[in-house]
Each structure stands twice: as C-alpha cells, then as structure tokens.
Write a protein that binds this ligand. Structure first.
Ligand code: HAS
Length: 562
C-alpha cells in the first residue's frame, strides 16, 4: 500500500492537537492498560497451555491463580483503564477541544485510585492470597486487600466518569438548546450505565466481601452476593462493548471516507442499552435455587430485548459502509465492499471484530434462552462466547483505536510499516481467537465444564470426544500471545520512536449525512432515562432481593478453595 494511505494528516477533518495536560492524562490511562494487557496475556497463554495438557507447572504456580490473573488483568483492569482513556480523549476532542483543569483533577484522582487498586489486587493474586477468579464468588475468601483494591478501581473509574460529566455539563450550559456532540453523548451514556451497574458490586464488596475477608462476620449470604454480582456482571459486558460501538458509529465513518447514517439512531441505541442491560443479571443465575422462575423468565425476555440495539447497530454499520462505498463511485449491489479501506488497520482490525461478533452475539442469544441455557451453562461454550465477544469484537476494536490514538497523543506518525504490522497482528488475533473459541463452543456442547484445571477425569470415556480439540485450544494461546507481543511492540514504537509529525495527527470524527433528521432532544433528558432504568430495576429485583434479605439462608462460612 502507499504510504499516504495511512498518513493520518491527509483526510478531510481539521487537524486537532491535544493540550499537553490531556495528552498526559490519556496516555497515563493507556499505559497502565497496556501493562495489564501484557500481564493478562502472558497468564492467558500459560494457563491455556496448562489446561490443555501441553505443560505442567510446579505446584507453586496454580492453574486457578494464573486464570485469576488472566481474568482480572484483562477483563477488569485493561478494559477499564483503556475505556476511560479513550472516552476522556474523545470528550476532550469533541467538547471545546480540551478538558478543563477541574475535569483533569477528577480524572487524575480517579487514575491514582485505579493504579493503587490495581497494584493491590495484582500483588494479592501474585502472592496467591486471592485465587478467586475474576468473578470472586463468595464464599471463596481472598485477602481483604484484593477486595479493597478492586473497590478502589471501581471508585476511581467513577471519578473518570465525573470528569466526563463535568465537561459535558459545562458544554451544555454554554450551548443551550443544541444537541451535544455524539462522541461526548455516548461517553456520558456509557458512564451512566457503568455507575448504575457498579452500585451492585460496590454493595457486595463493601457490605459482604470485605467484612467476610477481615473476619468481621462468620458467614456470608452467597445467594445475595451472587445476585449483587450479576446485577453488575451483565451491564459490565456493555461497558466493554459501548466504547467499541462509539468507535464503530463515530470514528469509523471518517476513516472509511463516509458519513454517519444517522445521529439519532446511535443515541437511541445507547439509551436502550442503559434501560435494558441492567435488569437482566438473573440470566447468569438460571440454574440457581432461591430465585423464583418468574424473575428468571422476565430476565430472559429482557435479555432478548437488549439484543435489539445490537441488531440496530448491524443495520447502521451496513448502511454506513454501503453509503461510503457508493459515495466513492461503487454501483453494483455489493461493489461498495471493495471501496472499504481494507489495508488500513484502523478499519480492518475492528472489522474483523465485527465479523466475529456475529457468531458471538448469536451465541449470546442461545445463552439467554432459558431452556437452551441448561445445555451450555458452566461449560466451555460460555468461555467460547466471551472470547468471541469481549476478546474478539471489543479487543480488536481497541487495537484499531490504539493504532491511531497513541500516535495522535504522541504526535507521531502511523507509518505504513506499523500499519501493515497491525494488519498481520489483527489477523493473528482473529485466527487465534477462532482456534480458541470455536473448539470451546463445540466441547461445551459435548459437556466439557469450564473453570477446571487439566484433568482426564480418571480417563472416563466422557472425555474422549473432547480430546481432539484440546491441542487446537492450547495452540491458540501461542497465536494470541504472539499477536499481543506485536501489538505492544507497535505501541512502544508509536509512543517513543515513530517519526514526529510537524502538524497534528488526525482524530477521526465522522459527520452525519446531510439529510439526516433532526435529533429529538428527549434523547438528552438523562433524568428520564435514569428514572425509567430505576423502575425496571425495581420491578425485576425488589421481590427477589427482599426475599433473600428477609428469609436468608443460614449463610456459608468463608473458605479458601486453593
Ligand atoms: Fe454474554 C455470559 C447473553 C453479549 C460477555 N457474556 C457472558 C460472559 C461474558 C459475556 C464475559 O443470557 C461470562 C460471564 C461469566 O464468567 O460467567 N451476551 C448475552 C447476550 C448478548 C451478549 C444475549 N456477552 C455479550 C457481549 C460481551 C459478553 C457483547 C462482552 C463484550 N452472556 C449472555 C448470557 C450469559 C452470558 C445469558 C450467561 C451464560 C451462562 O449460563 O453462564 C447480546 O448482547 C449479543 C447481541 C449481539 C448481536 C450481534 C450483533 C453483531 C454486530 C456486528 C455486525 C457486523 C458487521 C460487519 C456490520 C446480536 C453488531 C459484517 C460484515 C460482513 C461483510 C460480514
């Protein structure tokens, strides 16, 4: 490809330079995210090789310890830091071009809390006092500092949200009656969803897990703790997904030389996510006693409703791609596909993610169907599902973002060599994830449980059909780790060594197509959407929670299962 194809100064958008304070703030978030990515990826490869029987570790390094490090570093730390960094960058760019000192102050306090919390939880995992996996189910009892660390990460992330809210509120005061920039609107929606969701886990950690781990209480109400966790756990997945959707909706149209299909549709999509993603946590608890079926059925129905905004996104993406291709002269039915910038990693990596999200999302619909869930629950199918969604759709999109955001922050050039390396890296990740998650779906259907260390179950015949898939799953870890090494190498280059630019790099923000309908202002009435969300949450959770608290089980003493 020609060098100019990735020269991020050449597209139509006016150049934009970050203020120094904003640059350092966002880079600080991305830097910690990348360290977590390295740790989590290394642990992922090692536990994958161990679980499939390729290697055997000395007993001192347990499978579950590596699995905890893998899950916490990637699912909780990498994602949170990367997302907040990305949202702060887009908020700075689209609201007056910069953050104010007060916004930065909130974000920095949040960053310090998240870094201290990350260090605490990582150290406790490393010294094997917190081998409780990323869901830290009670009554498994970790070091109290693990929970305190996670609480700091959560509260720190809220402060990142406060920074976004203050910038947004100031912009709206200054631009009364105007529709806010789409990126900032979506960032606000994402952080609203996050804060409402994390209330559940914050209550669980503060009132159940920390008292349990300090020994202040002898027993823990497991059903209640799991319910509070999953109240948080499902919207958590949309906290991961929505920033990827922001990129798909707002940034990609500019990269593919197209326009946004609509301004209202993405806003409505995000409002629907706030409404429907939270009252569905019971679909993770279909098999648990103590929750009446009616609430599980309601959760199943609402989960199928939360699929709708993703289906709207499929439609919007195809419309955006087709419009961009036709605007560049494509005439045949599918000729527009050829006009897409296949050699530009900023588009190509997220596109691979979108492709993987089709089977990943379909698997989610299977999970959500109450009866089908009986077949796949607690099998490797579920692990396969989230490697197609989180680890593929979301992560490939984050790769695409990083390839332009880091040079935009360091004012360096995304050279054609790094761009091409990024394409190879994205392919490696995509193939690695296929080798990883397709077999996981198959062995899951064949009954292989998830979250189990290497075992042949005393050579029981039930294991035989799983065996051919193990080498493939084990090998996938090597592809994925290699891909991460290439990615981090590219980031180091773009951060410190790539050629400097004399004019700022592009921050791609798409425009809405001219004939788009005006955006209804009701979409910006946050109190209304938050109140409706609260009503839905109350409908789904009040009776089961009151029941769990008023007629609690005797409680379970904390245990150390490792
Ligand atoms: Fe899920 C379990 C249901 C989406 C992550 N999920 C998990 C767990 C994780 C996770 C981590 O109902 C395991 C938690 C644990 O440790 O126990 N999930 C769903 C449903 C959706 C869904 C209905 N999940 C996600 C996303 C995740 C994620 C997104 C991470 C980012 N999930 C469940 C259920 C369980 C569950 C149950 C519990 C299972 C159990 O029993 O334990 C939906 O939101 C999915 C909707 C998505 C779609 C796909 C839309 C496709 C798009 C791409 C378009 C492509 C284009 C390009 C335009 C309908 C938008 C194509 C171009 C070409 C040319 C081809």
């Amino acid at each position: 490809m020609s060098e100019s194809a990735v020269d991020t100064r050449t597209t139509r958008a006016p150049v934009f330079a970050f203020e120094r304070g904003d640059r350092i703030l966002v880079l600080a978030h991305l830097g910690i995210a990348f360290i977590a990515l390295l740790l989590g990826a290394a642990a992922g490869m090692l536990q994958g090789l161990q679980r499939t029987g390729y290697i055997k570790w000395p007993d001192a390094v347990g499978y579950y310890q590596l699995l905890t490090l893998h899950g916490v570093s990637l699912a909780l730390i990498f994602t949170t830091l990367f997302i907040i960094g990305f949202l702060l960058a887009g908020t700075a760019k689209t609201l007056d071009g910069k953050l104010q000192a007060v916004d930065r102050a909130w974000a920095w306090i949040g960053w310090v809390m998240m870094v201290v919390g990350t260090a605490m939880s990582t150290v406790t995992i490393m010294n094997n006092t917190a081998t409780v996996l990323y869901t830290f189910y009670a009554p498994m009892n970790a070091s109290p500092w693990f929970y305190v660390g996670l609480a700091l990460v959560v509260v720190g992330s809220w402060l990142g949200g406060v920074a976004i809210f203050t910038a947004y509120a100031r912009w709206r005061r200054r631009h009364r009656g105007q529709v806010s920039p789409l990126f900032a609107y979506m960032s606000v929606a994402t952080m609203i969803l996050w804060i409402i969701a994390t209330l559940g886990v914050a209550i669980e950690v503060l009132f159940q897990l920390i008292p349990m781990s300090f020994g202040w209480v002898p027993r823990v109400n497991v059903e209640l703790s799991r319910t509070l966790f999953w109240y948080f756990g499902h919207p958590l997945v949309y906290f991961w997904l929505l920033p990827a959707y922001i990129y798909w909706y707002v940034n990609i149209p500019q990269i593919i030389k197209g326009k946004l299909f609509s301004d209202s549709l993405p806003r409505l999509t995000f409002v629907l996510f706030i409404l429907y993603s939270i009252p569905v946590g019971f679909h993770h608890q279909f098999n648990e006693p103590g929750i009446a079926n009616i609430w599980k059925i309601l959760a199943a129905a609402l989960t199928l409703t939360v699929v709708v905004p993703s289906l709207m996104t499929v439609f919007a993406m195809f419309a955006t791609f087709e419009m961009a291709g036709r605007a560049q002269g494509a005439t045949g039915r599918f000729a527009w596909l050829r006009k897409l910038p296949w050699k530009d990693v900023r588009f190509f990596a997220p596109f691979l993610g979108m492709v993987m999200f089709i089977p990943g999302g379909a698997g989610g619909v299977v999970n959500a169907s109450y009866q089908l869930n009986q077949v796949i629950h607690n099998t490797l199918w579920v692990t396969g599902h989230f490697h197609m969604t989180l680890s593929s759709a979301v992560t490939l999109t984050f790769f695409g973002i990083a390839y332009w955001l880091v040079p935009a922050l360091t004012n360096r050039k995304l050279t054609w060599r790094v761009n091409n390396l990024g394409i190879v890296q994205a392919w490696l990740w995509f193939i690695g994830m296929l080798l990883n998650s397709v077999p996981m779906h198959i062995v899951g259907l064949l009954g292989e449980p998830r979250r189990t260390a290497f075992t042949t179950y005393n050579d029981n015949p039930v294991v035989q059909p799983w065996l051919p898939y193990w080498p493939v799953m084990g090998m996938s870890g090597i592809f994925l780790f290699l891909s991460i090494m290439l990615f981090l190498g590219a980031m180091i280059y773009l951060w410190w060594f790539a050629p400097r630019l004399d004019t700022p790099a592009e921050f791609p923000i798409g425009e809405v197509k001219d004939k788009s309908h005006p955006t209804p202002m009701i979409l910006e009435r946050w109190p209304l959407w938050i109140a409706l969300t609260a009503v839905l949450v109350l409908i789904v959770y009040t009776v089961p929670l009151v029941d769990m608290i008023q007629s609690p089980p005797p409680g379970t003493p904390p245990i150390r299962s490792w």
